[in-house]
Design a protein around this ligand. Structure first.
Ligand SMILES: [Zn+2]
Length: 159
């Protein structure tokens, strides 16, 4: 990565995800690549097909790159390989917990077992939790209820 590309990457890392404000776009691993070659090309991978925040994120990427003085900006989306919650590293998972959102299970590739795994409450760590609704405040979140501390919390849906 060139110095110029690294600078853009660094700036994109200051944009928070509109759906999950605890994490930035680079922490969410949704920025796939940055290329500077006359024009700037940013390859972005939406977390969910049809995620309603996609258009907003693309606009924010464009505004951010334009603020660095670039005129020709192309933002491409890529679904290969598809984004997966497995891409979140341990730092990102810890930030989610601090924000009060339960991170997805470590390995979501086996969806059947991921669905059966106990979801731990981000406040009290209890596993006495139940799924209340598959759709939280954003499409990619689920609402759980903790029977130990009697609070609802959100979890990032494993994909
Ligand atoms: Zn709890």
């Amino acid at each position: 990565m060139s110095e110029e590309e690294a600078r853009i990457w660094n700036e994109l890392g200051k944009i928070t995800d509109p759906e999950i404000p605890a994490l930035t776009l680079t922490e969410m691993k949704v920025i796939r690549s940055v290329r500077v070659n006359g024009k700037v090309t940013v390859v972005f991978s939406p977390t969910y097909v049809g995620c309603p925040a996609t258009a907003q994120i693309m606009q924010e990427i464009r505004t951010c790159v334009a603020a660095l003085g670039y005129r020709e900006i192309a933002i491409e989306t890529s679904f290969t390989p598809p984004w997966s919650t497995d891409m979140l590293d341990e730092d990102a998972r810890e930030k989610l917990r601090m924000f009060g959102i339960a991170p997805p299970p470590d390995d979501a590739s086996d969806i059947a077992s991921a669905l059966e795994l106990a979801v731990h409450c981000p406040s009290c760590k209890s596993d006495q939790t139940t799924l209340e609704s598959s759709f939280g405040s954003a499409l990619c979140r689920q609402i759980f209820y903790c029977r130990s501390c009697r609070q609802s919390f959100e979890r990032i849906k494993p994909i």
